[in-house]
Design a protein around this ligand. Structure first.
Ligand code: 7TS
Length: 414
């Protein structure tokens, strides 16, 4: 059993996550290996939201009283922190949405409906999450667009040779995930974006899995749009971000109409507010934004490069341990190309059964298609079991997972 690691003081980090102290069955501690679905929340985030509701709660941008001024300042401070975290040139380019899904839909509705017409080509990849597939399928149906896909090769990497050829179609948009929630693959985002730009296309990055696990820099990537969710990066549910280049966002029509997104309203017309408010109609998720800001502080203090290094360590170890278990097949590339995600099958045992048995040992994994049905189909599978790791995961938990898979085998008479 291996328990030592160099990159992070994981035991200290775990102290900040109250949920990690709980038992899920009498005497059975939680082994949380489902951070790709949503991460756990540190006490710093829980307390920031608690403090807000106890002492500051009021609506933002509207009142001229102490509470309204404080809550507006805290909400905008969170935006500023997030802008710094992704290295945006200005916080005005950081639009609060509900989640990655809403951010991508915003681009499809607003930029897509404003700019794309019959025959236009959008390039996606075969590994996309449904939230970066279905909005484009809906738009394609409505506007008679053509969708093309960068294939996933045997190794679980994108086939960039095919991508080069697809770019001859002069696509208008290339939309892809920076890190896969199933294969763990970390895609060469900078290269994909550079090639998209050379072909005259814009590039949208689904950063739902990358922003929580890797250092990200939207300017270095030269991303046109960049979407992610707070709940996968130690923050609360109900809030996400769409980053966009200023000139693009300024030329996009509003997505939702209502309060806050307007400059002036008459009975039959309105003019839109400045960025970012023109895309934030109605009362936003204020406490959640403040909690998101606290999550950003938490991650920044630990350091994203360190988190990335640690996850590399843990996934290398997990691949080693999982592949020792007879009958286990892990999907996706070698550790050097991936983050802390391992989707696997165990002979022909249904992943739901695997998950249910592991739960008896306190181990929480996810079983299913993980919102990537086309990718599973490509592998000839309807479901996989998925263990995923974050900065609070331990090598001992990996051991427990591997040992419990031997128990699953026994239960199935293997
Ligand atoms: N894109 C990727 C790559 C994701 O992994 C997810 C969520 C989303 C988009 C959507 O994020 P949301 O916050 O809008 O829901 N992925 C998963 C998952 O793998 N299991 O549960 C949610």
């Amino acid at each position: 059993m291996q328990t030592k690691t160099n990159a992070l003081d994981v035991e200290k980090i775990r102290q900040d996550f109250p949920i990690l102290k709980r038992e899920v069955h009498p005497g059975v501690p939680l082994v949380y290996l489902d951070s790709t679905a949503t991460s756990q929340k540190p006490v710093q985030v829980i307390e920031a939201m608690d403090r807000y509701y106890r002492s500051t709660n009021s609506n933002i941008h509207r009142g001229i009283h102490v509470l309204a001024e404080e809550s507006t300042a805290e909400y905008e401070a969170a935006r500023q922190k997030i802008a710094q975290f992704i290295h945006a040139a200005s916080p005005r380019q950081v639009i609060f949405t509900r989640n990655t899904t809403e951010s991508i839909n915003l681009v499809a509705y607003s930029w897509g409906r404003h700019n794309l017409n019959s025959g236009d080509v959008i390039i996606l990849t075969e590994m996309e999450h449904h939230s970066n597939l279905v909005p484009w399928q809906m738009l394609a149906q409505e506007r008679s667009l053509r969708l093309e896909f960068i294939p996933v090769n045997e190794e679980g990497l994108l086939d960039l040779e095919v991508y080069h050829n697809l770019l001859n179609l002069q696509p208008r948009l290339v939309a892809f995930m920076q890190m896969s929630n199933v294969l763990g693959t970390i895609n060469p985002a900078k290269e994909i974006i550079e090639l998209a730009h050379q072909a005259g296309a814009l590039a949208l990055v689904d950063a739902a899995q990358s922003a929580p696990h890797l250092p990200v820099d939207v300017q270095d990537l030269d991303a046109d749009f960049f979407a992610f969710s707070a709940h996968k990066m130690c923050g609360p549910t109900g809030i996400g971000v769409l980053y966009g280049k200023k000139e693009l966002l300024e030329n996009m029509p509003p997505f939702l109409g209502g309060g806050d997104m307007i400059k002036r309203v008459q009975l039959r017309s309105f003019s839109s507010n400045e960025l970012p408010h023109r895309f934030e109609a109605g009362t936003p998720a204020i406490a959640e934004a403040i909690g998101f800001g606290a999550a950003i502080d938490f991650l920044t203090e630990i350091g994203m490069p360190k988190i990335e290094r640690y996850e590399k360590e843990i996934i290398s170890y997990a691949l080693e341990r999982l592949e020792e278990v007879p009958g286990v097949r892990v999907l996706g590339p070698a550790a050097e190309h991936r983050g802390g995600v391992a989707s696997f099958t165990l002979t022909d045992i249904h992943p739901h059964d695997i998950s249910q048995i592991l739960d008896r040992f306190g181990i929480a994994i996810r079983a299913g298609h993980h919102c990537a049905m086309p990718l599973h189909e490509k592998y000839g599978l309807s479901a996989t079991a998925r263990a995923s790791f974050y900065l609070y995961s331990t090598l001992a938990e990996v051991d427990k997972l591997a040992e419990s898979l031997y128990e699953v085998r026994k239960i199935f008479g293997m």
